[in-house]
Design a protein around this ligand. Structure first.
Ligand code: TYD
Length: 216
């Protein structure tokens, strides 16, 4: 895995109901066991910092103008990068984030229709590093499945947030944008067929986790 910082940055992505959350913890544990000298941290977006978590509360609850939503997502991300991700990567840690910028392309871009050029600008603005490079995950694990199956899987117990209330057509567009991003940068993405059972998906991730090579 290529990385231009001492640490490693991994993101998990997918439409709501794809089942990624149950696997993140296990994947982190696997890497921690393989690399006991490296600290593994799990974070999430929107969120990951005290300010980011406050913005998350607004983002998942309050209806807002599309540009406002994108700007707040990236504002929370900037804080997450500055306070958590970059310092951890510089210290050689393994950072696992439950969602990152691909989610903004998928949800605000694909789902709600924000122009890709605006998203590209925000990505450059927020993820530029002092050396001119762009911070990106070294590996993105994308849980892919049709919107219809995801919808039927979404928890009926917990009250749905603003995004989880969206219709099938929205989630199909989210899915397509995730797939487009993965085709644009195939070396970064690992696609998981999330229509399978959690056990079979875990076998897949376990094999992937065994292959991840990090200098010790
Ligand atoms: P999610 O990560 O699915 O958390 P939970 O499993 O607790 O619901 O919720 C985050 C929601 O935010 C999800 O619906 C996707 C959305 N989102 C965006 O729309 N844009 C973004 O840039 C990010 C990071 C998330």
């Amino acid at each position: 895995m290529k990385s231009n910082s001492p640490g490693i940055f991994i993101s998990f992505e997918g439409i709501d109901g794809a089942g990624k959350s149950t696997h993140i913890e296990r994947f982190a544990q696997l890497l921690q066991e393989r690399y006991p000298n490296r600290e593994v941290i799990i974070s999430r977006e929107p969120g990951g910092t005290p300010l980011g978590e406050r913005l998350r509360g607004l983002l998942l609850d309050a209806p807002m103008n599309l540009e406002t939503e994108a700007l707040l997502m990236f504002a929370a991300r900037r804080e997450h990068i500055a306070q958590v991700i970059e310092p951890a990567l510089q210290a050689g840690k393994i950072v696992i984030s439950d969602r990152f910028t691909d989610a903004s392309f998928a949800y605000q871009g694909g789902g709600r229709g924000l122009s890709l050029s605006k998203l590209n600008d925000l990505e450059k603005w927020v993820q530029s590093r002092p050396d001119g490079s762009l911070l990106q995950p070294n590996l993105t694990i994308l849980f892919d499945l049709p919107g219809e199956i995801a919808q039927s899987r979404r928890s009926k117990v917990r009250a749905p947030d603003k995004f989880e209330k969206m219709d099938l057509n929205f989630f199909e567009k989210v899915r397509q944008e995730y797939l487009r991003r993965s085709q644009e940068d195939p070396d970064r993405f690992y696609l998981v067929d999330a229509t399978r059972t959690p056990e079979v998906i875990w076998d897949d991730l376990n094999a992937l986790g065994q292959k991840v090579q990090i200098d010790v």
